[in-house]
Design a protein around this ligand. Sequence first.
Ligand SMILES: NC(=O)C1=CN([C@@H]2O[C@H](COP(=O)(O)OP(=O)(O)OC[C@H]3O[C@@H](n4cnc5c(N)ncnc54)[C@H](OP(=O)(O)O)[C@@H]3O)[C@@H](O)[C@H]2O)C=CC1
Ligand SMILES: CC(=O)[C@H](N)C(=O)O
Length: 267
Amino acid sequence: MTMTIIRPRALVTGASAGIGRVYAEHLARTGHDLVLVARRADRLQALADEFGQAHRVEVEILPADLGTREGVEAVASRLAADPAVDMLINNAGYAARGRVAELDFEALEAMLQVNVLALSRLSSAAMAQMIAAGRGTIINIASGTAFMQMPGNAGYGASKNYVLAFTRHMQLEAEGTGVRVQLLVPGVIATDFHAVAGNDLANFPPERVMSAEDLVVASLRALEMDETICIPSLPEIRDWDAYVEAEARVAAGVSRDRVAPRYHNGG
Ligand SMILES: NC(=O)C1=CN([C@@H]2O[C@H](COP(=O)(O)OP(=O)(O)OC[C@H]3O[C@@H](n4cnc5c(N)ncnc54)[C@H](OP(=O)(O)O)[C@@H]3O)[C@@H](O)[C@H]2O)C=CC1
Ligand SMILES: CC(=O)[C@H](N)C(=O)O
């Protein structure tokens, strides 16, 4: 009798470099078949050969530009058509920076297509397939900049705020379905991201910079711990809890039938 081994299968976007590459390697090492997505097909093929040989898993490459509708739809169709994909790492992204008064609208639009729209479309395709299967894991990569305001970072910071909010809604909708949704919030990570954004990583104090390896290990450990929000370098998770509590207090006050006393005439 022949036995068919069914391995878990993960689809990783932005797998050709940086954080995505490290996720792909870890998942291959722990026995996942992979579907690797990015634009640079030569890099994806080299990684497929390397991981396939080293870890005896099947690695497929799916070269796609997530800045285009066709590219996004090709990956979404792959997610919808393959019930064996039980993990999506929604990682592809980059920063196009610039002050609001000098906004390069085309550059902003192109970035939002990848950071916001592609992530949303792929989340949707994966959620539908995984809810139907009653199991699955989605990891969406936000950024610490979602909590900060910095001149020149309105577009990128806001795109990662979108990821934060969208993923928290996904978490709510995933409750009771068997699907896990993790929100990962990296700080400064040592990858090509900074060079792509026109910055020099050397400008950051070393104590603020984490390796992609440490980030990914923390994210995968958080999954084992059932932590749905992973902020790897945040010393106290109770600070996140306090943030959510403060948010709930604001939410409780935003919709009432009367204005707050401080706006009354005469104070
Ligand atoms: N590094 C950091 O300090 C931080 C990074 N992040 C986030 O982490 C994620 C990964 O970044 P990181 O690994 O650091 O950056 P890298 O620049 O090292 O990698 C980015 C990856 O995204 C892919 N990508 C970019 N544009 C597209 C596109 N149009 N279509 C398909 N793939 C694309 C790239 O592949 P290719 O060029 O081959 O298409 C590459 O594989 C991003 O979402 C980023 O915003 C968040 C906080 C901090
Ligand atoms: C948190 C960070 O500063 C990071 N480099 C980013 O820009 O996303």
